[in-house]
Design a protein around this ligand. Structure first.
Ligand code: URA
Length: 221
């Protein structure tokens, strides 16, 4: 496929995918807004959050990558390997994520990566609604400190948490949306762990990443 044809397809996907989802306003608590002006201050503040998750985990997993990146990747929560190393996406899912990034001409020096939860839920269970609610304000602050132009939500949990929607990833993926609290455009895609189980869907994820890059290249900023 030549570049022009690919560009047209991506434009079509982008146009067709604009969503009307508008999340409820759930503003950052005043104390986070006022006190925290840097990533290290935010990290310090999160390390003091009162949560039982901390008791079961080895390390807090904050964020990694380019702090001035235009693209922020938002995952769900650390797994075993991330917990061990204290770095997001360094296990099996992370290796696939690196391949996806390479396939679209990116790497970890060009994006920023973080998760909804900074600690591994016991047994890798899905984050509870209460945990998501507790950490969402910190995620919003984290995003605002990086100030990306595009957020790619990796998987349904990250997408649902950020967008505050009950829609599943099958409905959300590939559709651009925004929320009131941040200026970045948001595009959900499949989680690498899901792609490991369903490799036939890799093409969709690849297209979502290309869609994000295409938008960035044409956003005129
Ligand atoms: N899965 C996630 O959602 N995040 C990680 O950091 C690792 C696996």
């Amino acid at each position: 496929m030549n570049e022009k044809a690919l560009g047209q397809i991506l434009e079509w996907l982008s146009d067709a995918g604009i969503s009307d989802i508008i999340a409820d306003v759930n503003s950052i608590p005043v104390e986070i807004k006022k006190e925290v002006m840097t990533l290290s201050a935010l990290k310090e503040m999160i390390s003091r959050v009162d949560t039982p998750l901390r008791n079961c985990a080895i390390n807090m997993v904050f964020g990694v990558g380019n702090e001035k990146a235009d693209i922020l990747l938002l995952g769900e929560a650390p797994g075993v390997e991330e917990d061990r190393q204290g770095i997001p996406f360094v296990g099996q899912s992370g290796r696939l994520l690196d391949k996806i990034l390479a396939a679209v001409g990116l790497d970890r020096t060009k994006v920023y990566i973080t998760n909804i939860l900074p600690w591994r839920p016991p047994g890798n269970r899905t984050p509870t609604n209460q945990e998501i609610e507790q950490f969402r304000p910190y995620v919003l602050k984290h995003i605002s400190l990086i100030n990306p132009k595009v957020i790619i939500c990796l998987g349904g949990t990250a997408a649902k948490a950020l967008l505050q929607t009950s829609q599943g990833i099958m409905q959300l993926r590939g559709k651009w949306t925004r929320i009131d609290e941040i200026s970045a455009k948001i595009i959900p895609t499949f989680h690498p762990a899901y792609l490991l189980r369903s490799p036939s869907q890799k093409m969709e994820a690849w297209l979502d990443f290309l869609n994000a890059i295409h938008w960035l290249e044409n956003s005129g900023t």
